[in-house]
Design a protein around this ligand. Structure first.
Ligand code: ZN
Length: 636
């Protein structure tokens, strides 16, 4: 290990108390944000959980105990033992450099062994670490693609993990003093979220998104251009969740030389890949310029460090982060940032919903300490006057009215989050016979995003978890049909039968939703129902504002005027964002109370309205910074 003599001394002190013939440590390696201790001492390996726990509380760093090659059973013998215990229905991948066996399976009985006594005993016996990788219930191209990257050239992988560790565990050069927060994007706007947090020692970027509605790069990108040597100085990128306005430009950083960690909650990795590859293919289809290629997406994925909620992780010598559930989409996290051993604590909410939804539990509101809260404000000026149940009834009525008059319903949905929520809502309405029975077609990225959801039950609402673990695909039902080919799509487009179509994109900015819109728009029997936020500048927003003559670019690249006769409507309340009331109730309930409140990710009206109300709730300095503004925090 290159640096940190202090760490070495601490480890030696800990292990010297053990009386063993074999040395407890054969080598110590940096493994991303963890310290990996390789051992050929059987007792140390058997006691790995206790030792790792004790070391974490002693050295305040995450530790993993790994078997030295000499300690492991040879792969053939290990496979045999595994097959005796598990039977069949799985695939094994031997990750030799790490001493890890990955068991890939979609059999509930195997996947549910994760963290069980059986699995622990099996590991003790074969002396390899076993990791279970749950496969999705429907095929997912994205997950297949990522697997190739995750299990790519393992020498490269170790090298990447080591280089990240060297940055994370480097000795601290500067004593902690002040903290600077600079808004590079998402200040007084919804889109291109990106916030630079700087301490005397570190530079970290919270989110790295793009603006969907923008038509030039200066408006589309966070203002990276204003930070000298950003790429060289950046220690870590921290991702709150995998929507393009938060992750769209991560690969762009890699294109310009960034080679550091990207921290996120585990399911964010496939969701991020899905969104970024889609961004490239949409750009290609439209003949516009994609700001990065698949290679840079792949590289960014290789530098991703998946975390679970509640795990404290060192990201630089003076910064530790912990993710908390944000309730917005699967894998969305509020980031707690602890700076300089108690000097200052920031909570960045990312997008969050402070109410239980069908897909997810309500966001967290209790944190160890907070001096500064950076909060999203999307619906800061938009109270939702209905309960979730009332919203469901409204949706049911609107759909039923359209179906009964022989029309079709188009529901444009963002692939990740709202799509799965609406699927669960429609399933419930159909099961309770609250809406007319009708076929529901799913098109675009909805299908792929839904399969990814089925691979991560632990990250979904408590009551969905067990059903998914038992092998039930909770999102699909007999009413749903996935549109998987162009001929199938043509059938749906040309059919005269009433139906519901759920398709991406959610703001009618691309994807198959546009095809359906063009086909359905001219008929006043049909309806268009929005269920998610429509950003300024998108076709969705234009239609919601009342425009009934819109111009689309058709497949031949020519502009085409569409006269919209179909009913255009929206149902609020399904959003993955907190409503105005929920934002305020979050501020009332958050524990402990922050001294500074920084409002981002909202249009000026929302921020202004929220700031006025927040000042009556919190005794805090309230900021609504524009892009490029810096807030200097002077911790005492
Ligand atoms: Zn979002």
């Amino acid at each position: 290990m290159a640096s940190s003599d202090r760490l070495r001394t601490e480890l030696l002190k800990y292990f010297s108390s053990m009386e063993t013939r074999e040395p407890a440590i054969s080598r110590v390696e940096y493994e991303g944000a963890k310290i990996a201790i390789y051992t050929r001492n059987l007792q140390t390996f058997l006691d790995r959980d206790r030792i790792a726990r004790e070391l974490v509380s002693m050295i305040k760093k995450r530790v993993v105990i790994r078997p030295d090659p000499e300690l492991r059973l040879p792969p053939e013998e290990a496979s045999e033992r595994i097959s005796k215990v598990l039977g069949d229905g799985y695939k094994l991948i031997f990750d030799e450099p790490l001493g890890e066996i990955v068991i890939e399976s979609n059999s509930p009985s195997i996947c549910n062994l994760d963290r069980s006594e059986t699995l622990k005993n099996l590991m003790d016996e074969i002396r390899w670490v076993i990791r279970i990788l749950r496969e999705p219930m429907m095929p997912s191209k994205t997950i297949d693609r990522i697997k190739q990257y995750v299990f790519w050239d393992t020498k490269d992988k170790l090298e990447i993990l080591r280089s990240i560790g060297e940055k994370v565990f480097r000795p601290q050069t500067f004593p902690p003093k002040d903290v600077r927060i600079t808004i590079l994007g998402g200040g007084q706007q919804v889109g291109r979220s990106s916030i630079l947090v700087q301490t005397t020692e570190s530079n970290i970027l919270l989110d790295c998104g793009l603006s969907a509605g923008a038509n030039n790069s200066l408006d589309m990108f966070p203002r990276f251009d204003t930070v000298p040597e950003l790429i060289e100085r950046l220690d870590a990128v921290i991702i709150s969740h995998s929507h393009l306005d938060h992750i769209g430009l991560v690969p762009y950083l890699f294109k310009y030389g960034y080679r550091g960690p990207v921290y996120c909650v585990e399911p964010s990795i496939p969701l991020m890949a899905l969104e970024q590859f889609d961004y490239i293919s949409v750009a290609e289809k439209e003949g516009s310029f994609a700001y990065y290629t698949g290679n840079e997406v792949k590289m960014a994925l290789q530098y991703c460090i998946p975390l679970r909620y509640g795990v404290v992780t060192n990201v630089t010598p003076d910064i530790r982060i912990t993710f908390y559930n944000a309730g917005h989409i699967m894998g969305s996290g509020m980031v707690h940032i602890h700076i300089g051993e108690g000097l200052h604590n920031i909570v960045y909410t990312g997008d969050f919903k402070f109410e239980k939804s069908k897909t997810l539990d309500a966001s967290a509101h209790r944190f160890p300490r907070i001096e500064t809260l950076i909060m999203e404000s999307t619906y800061g000026a938009t109270p939702v006057p209905y309960t979730l149940e009332e919203s469901e009834d409204m949706l049911a009525q609107k759909i039923t009215a359209t179906i009964n008059r022989g029309g079709k319903v188009l529901i444009p949905v963002p692939a990740i989050g709202r799509a799965q929520e609406i699927m669960l809502v429609l399933n419930k309405l159909l099961a309770e016979k609250k809406m007319s029975e009708t076929p529901v077609f799913l098109d675009g990225l909805v299908i792929e995003a839904t399969s990814i959801h089925t691979a991560y039950p632990d990250f979904l609402a408590s009551e969905l978890q067990q059903r998914l673990r038992d092998g039930e695909n909770v999102f699909m039902s007999e009413y749903f049909t996935a549109v998987r080919s162009e001929s199938q799509r043509l059938e749906v487009l040309e059919s005269r039968m009433p139906a519901v179509v759920m398709s991406t994109s959610g703001m009618l900015e691309g994807g198959p939703a546009i095809r359906y819109f063009r086909e359905f728009a001219g008929d006043d029997l049909n309806s268009l129902i929005f269920v998610s936020y429509q950003v300024e500048g998108t076709l969705g927003r234009t239609l919601l504002k009342g425009s009934r003559e819109v111009t689309l670019i058709n497949e031949e690249g020519k502009s085409e005027v569409i006269n919209v006769k179909m009913e255009v409507d929206k149902v609020d309340g399904f959003s993955g964002h907190s409503s105005r009331q929920q934002l305020l109730s979050f501020l009332r309930r958050i524990t402990p109370k922050p001294q500074n409140l920084i409002l981002v990710h909202g249009e000026p009206e929302s921020i202004g309205s929220l700031a006025r109300s927040a000042s009556k709730i919190l005794n805090a300095n309230i900021y609504g910074p524009k892009n490029l503004e810096t807030i200097l925090l002077h911790p005492s």
